[in-house]
Design a protein around this ligand. Structure first.
Ligand code: FAD
Ligand code: SF4
Length: 518
């Protein structure tokens, strides 16, 4: 019996059991296939980052003495679909078994499982992905008997479990959460650091040229490509973040800038998701910065909570509830995506800048995703599938296990409040408080009706009115429903008309694959 070890494009980590346990002469396969680049129109920077990282990883594996079979996108005999290609490679090398680490997407995990039980072709064996703090099994145990799981409870359990930011059994600094020190608006922020530029070697340049021709029709530009494609480059990004951005991360975590796409965010999600960095080393580097006195606790705790808390939590929810989770649409939202998400053609300054930055960098930070593009789609009743396809396509870090709960659950509240206890809907006033967009916008965030009124305002009240059942009963929404209920009938009608008139001005597209994709 001979085994082929298949390493997927987002599993580029030498610590995975599939590689750690591999004998010296093991055959390892990495397969670029057209299908994975196209099932949604991935941003060219995302595709280029992954392919360049895969090719560099193949070099690392060869240097360690492994026999590597690398299927390139433009190989003439490439089957261009992952399972058939892996089986073809297995046959080529006389392997009767294929080992693979659990894919990050239910779709692919299911396809491999179906193949495994069909007992046709080589035997498939799926190994756990050990890169996470919380295994799927541990998460399932934690979920037992919980009707309404909450991230905060999960996070505390994980802090205790890992000992991260803990002294004995108590959180360092005497609190689990320092958010009240965070959330400063953009106005007070010092100039953010600029990201280090990565050198592009011949291999990376070759991939950039390949992607430019193969995926020329996809949304996004390759021009500013600066993603890490080796572990070394990813470690340089980590060091840069810890030294230059982490100290301000907490304070400006929720701020939005018209100019700066990254502010004090780490830009580490893509490297984490494809395996160039491990969450454990990233969190430890942040904790170490606090222990050395190089970063304040509010920043370090806030940062670690995103990775040890949110990242692990959404992954747990994903695997626990798929495939049903993906079908949820509890607010019965039925519109396609506004066309401006693909062409940037909008005069809402905040939305335009978030889409432009996405187009240019395959990146927007969390608050842009949540409170600008996400909030707008929520207020416009965009169907979960339409919005999820967009988020999965346009960000360098997009993998379904993390994208779906964030989009369907956190942004669209389409899971009925399972992930987030209240919708993150907000009016223009919130965006005005946290950003410097509004002074450069043709709309006025203080007005709700009339030609100059910020569209977010009327849309916000329309949303609350439409979903009073079930949202009015939510204790966290009581104050805002109190305000709505005190409004005169005329004012409510004027707001409703303002919102409907605005919605009529938008052009709608269907989800990718159902036509009209620009
Ligand atoms: P930082 O702000 O520096 O945060 C540090 C790290 O924490 C990130 O690198 C990331 O690994 C983790 N993190 C932060 N917030 C979250 C979160 N809500 N869920 C999970 N991990 C988190 N993140 C992805 O990695 N892939 C996605 O496909 C993705 N889709 C998203 C879609 C929507 C609609 C929203 C609202 C959020 C999404 N996120 C996704 C979460 C978050 O926005 C990104 O992880 C973050 O913006 C990446 O930038 P950063 O590395 O600079 O993050
Ligand atoms: Fe966005 Fe409204 Fe501000 Fe314009 S006025 S930038 S649309 S929040």
């Amino acid at each position: 019996s001979k085994t082929l070890r298949l390493v997927l494009g987002d599993q580029l980590s030498l610590t995975l059991p599939i590689l750690e346990s591999a004998p010296e002469n093991a055959v390892i396969a990495l397969c670029e296939v057209d299908e994975e680049g196209r099932y949604v129109p991935h941003h060219p920077q995302k595709i280029a980052m992954m392919l360049a990282a895969m090719r560099h990883f193949a070099t690392t594996l060869r240097q360690r003495g492994f026999q590597v079979h690398y299927s390139s996108l433009d190989d003439t005999d490439n089957a261009q679909q992952l399972i058939p290609e892996a089986e073809r490679v297995a046959q080529l090398h006389g392997c009767d078994e294929i080992q693979v680490t659990l894919p990050g997407e239910w779709r692919l995990a299911k396809a491999i499982e179906s193949r495994r039980i069909s007992r046709v072709g080589p035997r498939w064996r799926v190994l756990e992905d050990t890169r996470f703090f919380c295994s799927r099994q541990r998460f399932a145990q934690w979920m037992e008997g919980r009707k309404r799981p909450r991230m905060e409870d999960f996070y505390r359990m994980m802090r205790r479990h890992t000992g991260m930011l803990m002294e004995e059994d108590a959180p360092v600094g005497g609190q689990w959460n320092f958010d009240h020190d965070n959330r400063l608006p953009i106005d007070d922020a010092p100039p953010p650091p600029s990201a280090p530029r990565h050198r592009q070697d011949a291999l990376t340049r070759e991939v950039l040229a390949l992607v430019a021709t193969h995926f020329a029709d996809h949304f996004g530009t390759l021009a500013g490509f600066n993603w890490p494609v080796t572990r070394r480059q990813a470690l340089a990004d980590l060091r840069h973040f810890i030294t230059h951005a982490l100290p301000c991360f907490g304070h400006y975590q929720d701020a939005i800038s018209d100019k700066s796409p990254y502010l004090f965010h780490s830009r580490l999600s893509a490297a984490l998701n494809i395996g160039l960095l491990l969450p454990d080393e990233v969190c430890k580097a942040a904790e170490d910065a606090w222990r050395r006195g190089a970063a304040p606790l509010n920043a370090v705790e806030g940062f670690i909570r995103q990775i040890l808390g949110w990242r692990e939590y959404v992954r747990g929810i994903y695997w626990h509830h798929m495939p049903d989770y993906k079908r949820d649409n509890r607010l019965a939202a039925e519109r396609g995506l506004p066309a401006c998400y693909w062409n940037g053609d909008t005069d809402l300054r905040c939305l335009k800048r978030a889409i432009e930055m996405t187009h240019d960098n395959a990146y927007a930070h969390h608050i842009q995703r949540l409170m600008v593009t996400g909030n707008f789609a929520l207020l416009c009743d965009v169907r979960p599938a339409a919005l999820c396809d967009w988020y999965l396509a346009v960000y360098a870090d997009a993998c379904e296990w993390v994208e779906l709960p964030n989009t369907l659950g956190m942004v669209l509240h389409a899971d009925g409040g399972y992930l987030g206890s209240k919708p993150y809907c907000a009016s223009g006033k919130y965006i005005d408080r946290m950003s410097d967009h509004c002074t450069q916008c043709r709309y006025d965030p203080r007005q709700s009706v009339g030609d100059d009124a910020c569209p977010f305002n009327a849309l916000y009240w329309r949303f609350l009115e439409r979903h009073a059942d079930p949202l009015a009963d939510n204790p966290r929404m009581r104050v805002i429903y109190g305000t709505l209920n005190k409004m005169s009938t005329e004012k409510r009608r004027a707001l409703r008309e303002q919102a409907e008139t605005f919605l009529d001005t938008l052009t709608w597209t269907l989800p990718y694959g159902q036509g009209q994709h620009a």
